[in-house]
Design a binder for this molecule. Structure first.
Ligand code: NAD
Length: 337
């Protein structure tokens, strides 16, 4: 018999990629997806597997203790917690919901994990909990947490709770801290899909500040494989950084997208910087590579090319999203464009 996974936030970008990854890789596994279907959740991402007898969906909140208890009582081996409010810009405008979902929601899941004797709890965290780097150096797992945005502060708070449930109650936990992801099904508010879809529509490409903020990019499928390695072989209580050694400035990303699409750079429009915008993130992923043998497979050129092709082929998916609630958000964010 394969493992029974509870994947939270499985209708989001990384969660949906991860569910498809699991169901494809493990013939006998069962996946239960608990997702609140916020603006970022999209069941269409899971169209390919929605009728599988090995997949089950619950619409609900990870902070709903009763529902979480009911699901866990049905028998779960591993909880993988992706569910989160995930967008830094939104956390600047409305921090409260970030604390509710990212902190209190995680605590409800941890309590459930303890009560129902769950064998493994994996918290999907982010490199943003480490704060910002100068021109040199890399985030390592033993660095102090120094989050700067309400989003990263809520993720860091969740990490500390996960650590405490290990230390105090002996829960078998892992925390993964990954760099920026890109790939299919990413919501168009994030840098890469925003730039691809705007370029496809010949709309201005809004670049914050001087465009020289640096992020370390990883293809979502490489992230999924890394999480799977941690579930299978991660040492109890350990934190694993995940990254592709792929540092790029935002401007480099935007110019690469325009070059591949054959569009003019005069679409780039510099806009007022995000408040408190972290300058540079870069991950040292040596620990997961050495200990668990994980290596990324996608080169950035290969990954960005196939991602752009995906957005071209799946125009109906992003056009529907961009015409809904998102339109109002976009107008509020970029009203000077
Ligand atoms: P996303 O915003 O695309 O998806 C989040 C999902 O969580 C959505 O389906 C949403 O409906 C669901 N959700 C939100 N609140 C919920 C709640 N209270 N209960 C149940 N479901 C809820 O996010 P993503 O980019 O896929 O990120 C997933 C996780 O990975 C997050 O925890 C994020 O912090 C982390 N992460 C993301 C990146 C990245 O580059 N996207 C990098 C590192 C880590």
């Amino acid at each position: 018999m394969g493992k029974r996974y509870l994947v939270t936030g499985g209708a989001g970008f990384i969660g949906s990629n991860f569910i498809i990854y699991l169901l494809t890789k493990y013939e006998n596994c069962i996946v239960i997806n608990l997702d609140k279907l916020t603006y970022a959740g999209c069941l269409e991402n899971l169209a390919a597997i929605k009728d599988s007898p090995r997949y089950q969906f619950y619409k609900g909140d990870i902070a709903d203790k009763e529902l979480v208890g009911k699901i866990l009582a049905g028998g779960i081996d591993v909880i993988v917690n992706f569910a989160a409010e995930s967008h830094v810009d939104r956390s600047i405008h409305d921090p409260g919901i970030f604390v509710k979902t990212n902190v209190l929601g995680t605590q409800v899941l941890l309590d459930g994990a303890l009560k129902f004797g769950i064998k493994k709890f994996v918290q999907i965290s982010t490199d943003e909990v480490y704060g910002s780097l100068g021109a040199s150096g890399y985030f390592r797992e033993d660095m102090p947490l120094c989050p700067n945005s309400p989003y990263s502060a809520s993720k860091a708070a969740a990490d500390l709770l996960v650590h405490a449930y290990r230390h105090t109650f002996g829960l078998n936990v892992n925390i993964t801290r990954c760099s920026n992801n890109y790939g299919p099904y990413q919501f168009p508010e994030k840098l890469i899909p925003l730039m691809i879809t705007n370029a496809l529509e010949d709309l201005p490409l809004p670049v914050y500040g001087d465009g020289l903020n640096v992020r370390d990019w990883l293809h979502v499928k490489d992230h999924c494989a890394a999480i799977d390695c941690v579930i299978e072989n991660g040492r109890p209580g350990e934190v694993y950084n995940i990254g592709g050694n792929n540092e790029k400035t935002n401007l480099e990303i935007v110019k690469t997208i325009l070059r591949i699409l054959g569009k003019n750079e005069n679409l780039i429009k510099f806009v007022k910087d995000r408040p408190g915008h972290d300058r540079r993130y870069a991950i040292d992923a040596g620990k997961i590579m050495k200990e668990l043998g994980w290596m990324p497979e996608y080169s950035f050129e290969q990954g960005i090319q196939s991602t752009i092709e995906w957005y071209i082929k799946n125009e109906a998916w992003w056009k529907r999203i961009k015409s809904g609630e998102y339109k109002e958000y976009y107008q509020k964010m970029y009203n000077d464009l």
